[in-house]
Ligand binder design. Structure first.
Ligand code: GTP
Ligand code: MN
Ligand code: MN
Length: 386
């Protein structure tokens, strides 16, 4: 079924939060090829170039298959498709591939860097640093970080208690070690039914320590992806007045509980504690969150797969902005921020919406209200796959 508001969206807007971006689009082949070039630029730290490919990719869910006959008339009118990108599109229409993509796919540097960045905590910068040390494979990284596949002991309780007092380097190093040791589990994607089961288990545990909470599973799951790489859950409280007080500090308390119950085995990062962001100057949010490793209880007959679980805690007043922010996609969220700033004079991120000139805060009561406040047509989550 087509969400009702789809006809109000335009495919020629400069902002992807004004366009419909379905999970699968008619130009998937083209997008896949451009995505490799984007990834290569990202890995090399070429931010601006990366972004122009990301933007070209996000306008390519053009409603029809891109062909010779609509190329000149319609495609050239889409934003972000300049001369160079258009010639790549033309090449793709003619030959079914893009020469530059073929070169990237056979580059051993590209292969090494993209393997490295599959490890949570390793970004392009670190990946290049490791490559320059002569490391080439994930096995090389295991030796370098001294981790054994499948095994990762961690003083999880100590990690929880140390939240907010650790250096960034310590956090990153720990994330890398956990992600590397458990990489064979983390590379297995999570089907929707298991995502739902994880949410049920998490929420019934939460009910034991704090009654009246609510949650929405966000991330790729909410955008309709059949398989997810991790599970992202935004948690809040049903009571508008007393909820904020109940949510504050809940993250740490709850993760401690999940750990005691054997459900959270590792903690990569707990944040939002001593990181003051009252002026809302960073574009990342100031919500309490826990990036963890979770394992569903089993009956002992089979080993359960370790899963990455992100828990985000939001007061009722910022629940819907958190849901919109964490539903993504990353591009969609980027353009929401940009649109809010450029077109409305608002500041938007997962932890709130405020008006720039007087810092007035807004507390939307529904997801639709978030879009209305920003003057946007509501975009169904399954159309936010920009
Ligand atoms: P998967 O690979 O299946 O997990 O896809 P995903 O889209 O769910 O990716 P991910 O779990 O990395 O992130 C979910 C969304 O949350 C993304 O669209 C990001 O924009 C957003 N997000 C991720 N990390 C942060 C963060 O630290 N702060 C904020 N505000 N948003 C974040
Ligand atoms: Mn996710
Ligand atoms: Mn996540």
């Amino acid at each position: 079924p087509q969400p009702a508001d789809i006809s109000l969206l335009t495919h020629t807007s400069r902002y992807c939060c004004c366009r419909a971006s379905p999970l699968v689009c008619p130009n998937q082949g083209l997008i896949k090829q451009l995505d490799k070039i984007k990834e290569a630029r990202n890995l090399e730290g070429e931010e601006r170039s990366m972004l122009s490919y990301a933007r070209a990719i996000s306008v390519s869910p053009f409603p029809h298959v891109i062909t010779h006959s609509n190329l000149k008339r319609e495609i050239s009118k889409l934003p972000y498709l300049g001369e160079k990108l258009l010639s790549m599109v033309e090449e793709f229409i003619k030959t079914g591939q893009i020469n530059e993509t073929q070169g990237i796919l056979t580059s051993s540097r590209f292969q090494a860097l993209s393997a490295f960045t599959t490890i949570h905590g390793i970004g392009p910068h670190t990946a290049r640093k490791l490559y320059n040390l002569g490391l080439r494979t994930l096995e090389d990284l295991e030796r370098y970080y001294e981790v054994e596949p499948g095994r990762c002991g961690q003083e999880t309780l100590a990690v929880i208690e140390a939240a907010g007092r650790e250096s960034d380097e310590a956090i990153v190093e720990r994330s890398i070690k956990v992600a590397l040791a458990l990489r064979h589990d983390f590379s297995q994607t999570i089907p929707r039914a298991e995502v739902e089961e994880m949410n049920r288990v998490v929420m019934s545990e939460l009910e034991q320590i704090e009654q009246g909470c609510k949650s929405i599973v966000v991330g790729g799951y909410r955008r309709g992806k059949p398989q997810s790489n991790d599970v992202d859950i935004v948690i809040s409280h049903r009571n508008w007045e007393s909820g904020a007080g109940k949510i504050k500090g809940l993250c740490k308390r709850f993760v401690r509980r999940l750990h005691e119950r054997g459900l959270v085995t590792h903690v990569m990062h707990l944040s939002g504690f001593h990181e003051h962001n009252a002026l809302r100057t960073h574009h990342w949010d100031s919500l309490e969150k826990a990036l963890t490793v979770f394992v569903l209880p089993g009956d002992g007959s089979q080993r359960r797969v370790y899963r990455r679980l992100d828990l985000i805690f939001a007061a009722p007043q910022v629940f819907w902005t958190a849901v919109v922010g964490w539903t993504g996609s990353t591009m969609f969220q980027r353009d929401l921020r940009l649109y809010a700033k450029q077109q409305k004079g608002f500041k938007f991120d997962s932890s709130g919406i405020s008006r720039r000139h007087d810092s007035k805060l807004f507390f939307p009561k529904t997801e639709r209200e978030v879009f209305e406040l920003l003057g946007l047509v509501y975009v169904h989550p399954t159309l936010r796959n920009a």
